[in-house]
Design a binder for this molecule. Sequence first.
Ligand SMILES: [Zn+2]
Length: 314
Amino acid sequence: MQYSYHADYFVPLPPSHPFPMAKYPLLFERLRAAGLVGERDLIEPAEAALEDLRLVHTEDYLGQLTAGALDAAAVRRIGVPWSPALWRRSRLAVQGTLEAARAALDDGLAANLAGGTHHAFPGHGEGFCVLNDVAVAIRALQRDARVRRALVIDLDVHQGNGTAAIFENDASVFTFSMHGERNYPTRKMYSTLDVGLGDGVGDDEYLTLLRRHLDAIFAGFVPDVVFYLAGVDPARGDRYGRLALSDQGLRLRERCVLEACGSRGLPVVITIAGGYAPTPQRTAELHSIVFQEADALTRRSSARAGSTDSWDAR
Ligand SMILES: [Zn+2]
């Protein structure tokens, strides 16, 4: 399984800043130490081409980002101070998702150890998101005729409002967002399927709903690729999440999504999206669960080589 990662995914922020930027290198080191990511599995992305970003983002917005000319209100809305390093980081992460998507189409499963910046709209960023990596990747794959239909499974606790808006009138992309109904963003956009959860929802209710909705989605929509936003902010104790998934609940969630796709032979691109545990170490630990499950599933698929329902049979 291939992983996109770049050391410059990390950009220093002021010490009091709420965004846990340290989670990127911490997650990478954790996966490397566990033997999940080796040298041969690594994709080091370059910065996404402006030509690709234009498939989703407006010329105005891209021009302001390039020139460092966002006004104060636009920067406040993003919630992270603009810097040349942040602009570079945003483009690296978009390319990381695009390259992971290409690898997933070849191998069945791949990941970007960043991405899932689903609050970015064509003409503005918000909620710590500058560019919408998943939307750009889908548009680039469609342009290159590598896919026609895409499914976005967004389980970050916040609604994927930017992604929903971008694909609202596009039947070739199914956007599924399961999120905290009372959480940010206050004004929700329309995904193809929105499931808004009440505060405090725990493992059983969450997993029951997830299974039911995934079954219904796959009964009516056949994608060529799946983008999974595996945000870990539904975990109990998250600073922003308001839900209460246990570590085991989160593990079962990842298994449920990956098996639902794997059993149908669908390529999956994993992006990590949000997570705001009390420490960046803990956040990285929670993010690592999806990769442990992906690794385990890949091994099970290899062991079943020859079976028609596994990624390796593709
Ligand atoms: Zn989130």
